[in-house]
Write a protein that binds this ligand. Structure first.
Ligand code: FAD
Length: 498
């Protein structure tokens, strides 16, 4: 197991564990509080499995009132809280704290309203991403952001991570499809943001909450936009002799003014792992495979497919197959969507990186990544949302071999530094969590980070919500100029005020 510096555990909280559990059982009675070690084990990690920690206690509230009372209790008693959805975070966002309540939102699993007229769905946060599409598909609608984990991940987690998927190139990330939220602050206050209407006055707090990784508030209700399925959607598999040619083709397609519904790339290792796992019909004699989907009216799709295949030929493509049925299109995507578990079959462990780069830098970055692979002595399988420039290099390692996890992490950090160096960012959709926390200074200045923490302080001045995630250094809010006066008492009385 790997070690990462987390906020110092509060000995006072640990000593009061029994009382805290008893108090929480009064707020969430029945089976809503889990406190024995064996039953808490499933919560000790998320999809960043290199890190594990049992929480102080797991609480599964069923109503907004219970969430509000649990949070207020934690606020009054200085107890930390880690919100959790389905636990599929790849950046360790839902990793528990020894002295923190793990607040699972998975009992919030009902869709509350389907409003086709306003193209909106109101849902509880524990509903899965795919569950929303399933609820509206009988009328030809769907929810556009489609992370590969959509069968399992919760919409609350999607909001906290601003998740995307293969269709985000054309239809946007979670933030572009979110209309409204109900959130509960650490103080227990319940706040509503947005609604079914398109925009509202004042600060865009909806956008602020999206991607806030459980650091600002707990999401208890979500309103999202749903879309009507396009008249036609066809996907093409296009193979290339080299990844650099494929990368150049991606940049050329976008430069030609074409925005495909999805445009993904996989390298040789990822192609063969996915093909072995899913039998999607992928060619095995190419070095890079592009899956590109065009959607819209039939005549437009035919025209765009023609233009895309011409651009591919100009870039030296060696394979082209266009889906002839909806079933075949879904099979093309099935391989891509199963790429992570497929890679899990060829290596005992893998780390999934998530850097984003300007599209034009793709060929260079792919080349540099091969050099880094040699330097660190580890294989890398590349799967990425190529249209968005969002890379998902999967670094293959064996945690049982001494030093391999450390080497994989060093390799991953080098990849992310490379992304920043070419004008990109540390994360496209998986969040910072603990995984990229200590790399934040590569991207932001100390002043940038302080200003971001001032926003955190405005929501959670005691820093009880998911501390230890996102920010490499935790400043006390008083140091940042945010002072909280509680019953006439200032916190940190020793710090001079100006
Ligand atoms: C195989 C696999 C494939 C994946 N593919 C993609 C992909 O294509 N695109 C993509 O974007 N991601 C992908 N992911 C990552 C992951 O599924 C997403 O980040 C997802 O949004 C996490 O949702 P969750 O419900 O599992 O949240 P969790 O893992 O439980 O939590 C994630 C974060 O959200 C916070 N949180 C959860 N619920 C709430 C709430 N109600 N209120 C406030 N904060 C909350 C947590 O504190 C934590 O910081 C993939 C993961 C796996 C394992």
């Amino acid at each position: 197991m790997a070690a990462i510096a987390m906020p110092k555990s509060s000995q006072e909280t640990l000593a009061k564990r029994e009382k805290i559990v008893a108090d929480l059982q009064k707020i969430v009675p029945g089976e809503g509080v889990i406190c024995n070690e064996i039953e808490m084990r499933p919560y000790e990690t998320d999809a960043l499995t290199a890190y594990r920690q049992l929480p102080l206690v797991v609480v599964l509230p069923e109503s907004v009132d219970q969430v509000s009372r649990v949070l207020k209790y934690c606020y009054d008693n200085d107890v930390k809280v880690v919100p959790r959805g389905a636990g599929t975070s790849l950046s360790g966002g839902a990793l528990p704290l020894e002295d923190g309540v793990l607040l699972s939102m998975m009992k919030f699993n009902r869709i509350l309203e389907i409003d086709f007229e306003n193209r909106a769905v109101v849902t509880q946060p524990g509903v899965t991403n795919l569950g929303i599409t399933k609820a509206v598909e009988y009328e030809g609608f769907y929810y556009a952001p489609d992370p590969s984990s959509q069968i399992a991940c919760s919409i609350g987690g999607n909001i906290a991570e601003n998740s995307g998927g293969v269709h985000s190139l054309k239809y946007g990330l979670t933030t572009n499809n979110l209309l409204g939220l109900e959130i509960v602050l650490i103080t227990g206050e319940v706040i509503r943001l947005g609604g079914k209407h398109l925009d509202c006055e004042g600060y865009d707090l909806l956008a602020l909450l999206t991607g806030s990784e459980g650091l600002l508030a707990v999401v208890t209700e979500v309103t999202v936009r749903v879309l009507q399925k396009p008249e036609t959607a066809r996907a093409a598999l296009i193979g290339f002799p080299t990844s650099e040619q494929a990368g150049k083709c991606v940049a050329d397609i976008i430069a030609a003014g074409i925005i495909p519904g999805g445009m993904e790339l996989m390298d040789k290792l990822a192609i063969s792992a996915a093909e072995d796992f899913v039998n999607a019909g992928y060619p095995l004699d190419v070095d890079a495979l592009m899956i590109v989907e065009l959607d819209g009216p039939e005549a437009e799709v035919d025209d765009l497919l023609q233009r895309v295949s011409t651009i591919a030929e100009q870039n030296g493509s060696s394979y082209l197959r266009v889906s002839q049925s909806e079933e075949e299109r879904n099979t093309f995507w099935a391989g891509r969507k199963a790429a992570f578990p497929a890679v899990g079959r060829i290596s005992p462990d893998y780390l999934c990186m998530d850097g984003t780069i300007p599209r034009a830098a793709l060929p260079q970055v792919l080349q540099d990544m091969q050099e880094l692979s040699k330097k660190h002595g580890l294989r890398v399988a590349n799967v990425f949302h190529a249209g968005d420039g969002n890379l998902h290099p999967l670094i293959l390692y064996d945690a049982n071999k001494p030093g391999e996890l450390a080497a994989a992490e060093a390799f991953g950090a080098d990849i992310l530094r490379l992304c920043v160096r070419v004008g990109g960012v540390l994360t496209g959709e998986h969040g910072v969590g603990i995984e990229k926390r200590d790399l934040m200074p590569e991207m932001f200045t100390e002043d940038d980070l302080k200003q971001q923490q001032r926003i955190k302080c405005a929501f959670d001045e005691k820093q009880l919500l998911n501390p230890g995630k996102v920010f490499p250094v935790l400043h006390r809010c008083a140091e940042l100029g945010i002072m909280h006066v509680h019953q006439g008492q200032l916190p940190f009385p020793d710090i001079p005020r100006f």
